[in-house]
Design a protein. Structure first.
Lengths: 368, 314
């Protein structure tokens, strides 16, 4: 990609806000390229994204409309979030220009990058004035990341495999008939916390005492579950390899869109609720940083969120969004206080500091 | 008087000029060092690898601080202690090693008759067919081949559909240890055949004919003539298959269903999933050490085989 040298010697907060306000107003009026204060536009900006329906939704909701407004092309880099992270860290450490402008990342992963100090501060985005508390990363100063939506690790299942009705508890998966017919994430993400409750433990004991979770996961190991990543779940459901899985509702919904009969529930022990966000790595030329910020600012508009998150089937961070028709009242699309009470939220700080140990423990059980 | 153009053509002049440049860069007095110059690319390549290993060794001695996600300035052996004491890594190492040994043995058993037939057949058509069948998989990457097995052996795959026709219920043929071994053998077979074929070509057919004319049946010829003479090929093929299997990543990841990780998968997890590059570097170093020890052991016991490039063992 051709990189442009910065045209501004210093992009102050005030300048950014002035330019952003001009951009926002002019955009609303459809005045493309009519701003005197905006920095030089790069030919494109690169947004790291997840593939499949994830990137399709981002493109439809945010990227296409951003290009239409600014004339800047958006390239989606589908490198896995875990794989881009060391590349970005290395680029920042070596004072190189990072390989992407914006990272669409899990909040936990993004928090690691923020703690390492490789993220730009996004506190000056004007549209942050209109977002809910969900957008603010917990335990971090300012906005090194902006959370853009929440999601639930539901218990997705094939109704045909549960003729007596939907599963009520994660313990229902221990029935012998499900041996070899279950799936979890290969590091156990999404399952550690409900397993703590299903194993008889308390959420308040996380991270100090998670033995109940490990005991329950050990029982689940006897069921010989498959372990994979997001795309695997959709494929496994479609190919009839599994009857139930702990997965993000978006993957289950995608399988349903592809014609697979699939439902999902939040079991009585609860289901993990988490967030994803957008962040910008340090080291970009000033003009590219400006436009990357504009992209994130645009992603926080009601219009962009509505289309983007309709595609993903997830609740956003801007008030007044309308849930997709198929998800009205769905536990995977929490909107009310009562909905959130059924979900498990653990602070990013606790997750970031302990995730490595939890992953190792889960792997040790499942690989043993 | 001007020389005719044909007497000293342009090509020659260009060659003269090039020779002049070469002589300026590498004068004749350096002639004795020319063979060492040929070694330079290899030295550079190995040098780069060694530099990388030094960096990995440095990283392996640093621990991750999960409050800042920075690595320690001090050196410690904490990562090595973890790698040697945590059950996960021992299980994964054991699984990788056993798989490498099984895959090597099975691959050599399958590769030998294939290579023998390919070398000895009198039919050019059959030889061509065997060669094409051998090289075709090289044009299809390992990942694509592994996914191909998912399609063939999956619950709704061709094999289970065929079994369904005779009333057998679908069975789980993938996402287990045997599936990983199967995938690795299929992947390694062409490598082994290619390493065995030159060794078999080097065995004079007359030796087999002579043994036959002296009354040996094909079993005795095989055991007493072919196998001993093919030993360099077996060693070369064995070393290649052993090291490639031991360090494989894609087949366990795709055909193992997430529960049959090898060491390479564990290294990936540390680098990319938990951001602990120190522990990942430690595991990588240990994998290099394990592979080197195994290869050293084979060389010490049996020589370098075809990898010695035809020179006999000292």
């Amino acid at each position: 990609m051709k990189r442009f040298k910065p045209t501004l010697s210093h992009l102050s907060r005030r300048t950014f806000l002035q330019a952003t306000a001009a951009f926002g107003g002019a955009s609303a009026l459809g005045l493309r390229g009519a701003y005197s204060q905006e920095p030089e536009k790069p030919a494109e900006i690169i947004v790291r994204a997840w593939g499949g329906s994830w990137v399709d939704s981002l493109k439809a909701g945010v990227s296409d409309s951003f290009t239409k407004m600014t004339g800047i092309a958006v390239r989606h880099d589908l490198t896995e979030d875990n794989e881009i992270q060391p590349k970005v860290w290395a680029a920042v450490a070596q004072n190189r220009v990072p390989p992407i402008h914006i990272n669409w990342d899990t909040t936990t992963n993004a928090t690691k990058s923020a703690l390492r100090g490789v993220t730009e501060d996004l506190s000056d985005l004007p549209n942050l004035a209109n977002v809910t508390d969900l957008a603010k990363p917990a335990g971090l100063e300012g906005f090194p990341i902006v959370n853009t939506y929440g999601y639930v690790y539901v218990l997705a299942y094939r109704p045909a495999a549960f003729p007596d009705g939907p599963p009520k508890s994660w313990k229902d998966l221990l029935e012998p008939k499900f041996k070899g017919r279950l799936a979890f994430y290969n590091d156990g993400i999404g399952f550690h916390f409900p397993a703590q409750v299903a194993g008889g433990g308390k959420l308040e004991d996380i991270p100090g005492n998670m033995q109940p979770a490990w005991d329950f996961i050990t029982k689940m190991k006897a069921q010989q579950p498959l372990l994979g990543e997001d795309p695997d779940f959709t494929t496994w459901f479609q190919n009839g390899e599994i009857d139930a899985a702990c997965t993000i509702s978006t993957n289950a919904r995608e399988a349903r869109k592809n014609g697979v009969k699939i439902e999902w529930v939040v079991p009585e022990e609860g289901a993990k609720f988490d967030t994803d966000g957008l962040w910008i790595p340090k080291g970009l030329p000033e003009n590219e940083l400006y436009w990357a910020k504009q992209y994130i600012n645009h992603a926080l508009t009601k219009e962009a969120q509505q289309v983007w998150l309709d595609g993903l089937g997830l609740p956003g961070v801007v008030p007044g969004l309308t849930p997709p028709k198929d998800l009205v009242g769905d536990p995977s699309y929490p909107t009310t206080e009562a909905d959130f009470k059924r979900l498990i939220r653990i602070s990013s700080k606790v997750q970031v500091e302990n995730e490595s140990e939890w992953f190792s423990k889960f792997k040790a059980i499942m690989q043993g | 008087m001007r020389a005719a153009r044909t007497a000293y053509p342009l090509k020659w002049r260009i060659m003269d000029a090039l020779e002049g440049v070469a002589a300026a860069i590498w004068p004749a007095r350096f002639k004795r060092a020319t063979p060492y110059l040929m070694l330079l690319p290899a030295v550079l390549l190995v040098g780069l690898l060694v530099l990388g290993l030094i960096q990995i060794a440095d990283a392996s001695l640093r621990t991750l601080d999960t409050t800042t996600f920075q690595f320690s300035d001090d050196y410690s052996i904490a990562n090595f202690r973890r790698a040697l004491t945590e059950p996960l890594f021992l299980v994964v190492a054991q699984r990788s090693l056993i798989a490498a040994l099984i895959v090597t043995a099975v691959t050599l058993i399958f590769a030998f008759p294939y290579a023998y037939l390919m070398v000895r057949t009198r039919s050019p058509r059959l030889r061509k067919f065997l060669l094409i069948a051998l090289f075709l998989p090289f044009f299809i990457g390992q990942v694509v081949r592994a996914y191909g097995w998912l399609i063939i052996l999956g619950n709704q795959g061709m094999v289970n559909e065929a079994l369904g026709l005779v009333g057998v219920a679908p069975m789980r043929l993938i996402y287990n240890y045997p599936a990983v071994l199967f995938g690795l053998v299929q992947y390694m077979l062409p490598f082994a055949v290619l390493m065995l074929a030159p060794a078999l070509t080097a065995i004079p057919e007359e030796l087999e004919a002579a043994a036959g004319s002296l009354g040996a049946n094909w079993v005795r010829i095989f055991i007493h003539v072919v196998l001993p003479l093919a030993r360099p090929g077996f060693i070369g093929a064995g070393v290649v298959v052993l090291t490639l299997s031991l360090t494989d990543f894609a087949v366990p990841a795709i055909l193992g269903g997430g529960s049959q990780d090898f060491i390479a998968n564990a290294i990936y997890d540390q680098f990319f999933r938990t951001s602990d590059q120190g522990l990942g570097a430690t595991l990588a170093l240990m994998l290099v050490a394990l592979g080197s020890i195994l290869v050293g052991l084979v060389f010490a016991l049996f020589g370098a085989g075809t990898l010695a490039m035809g020179r006999s063992r000292a």
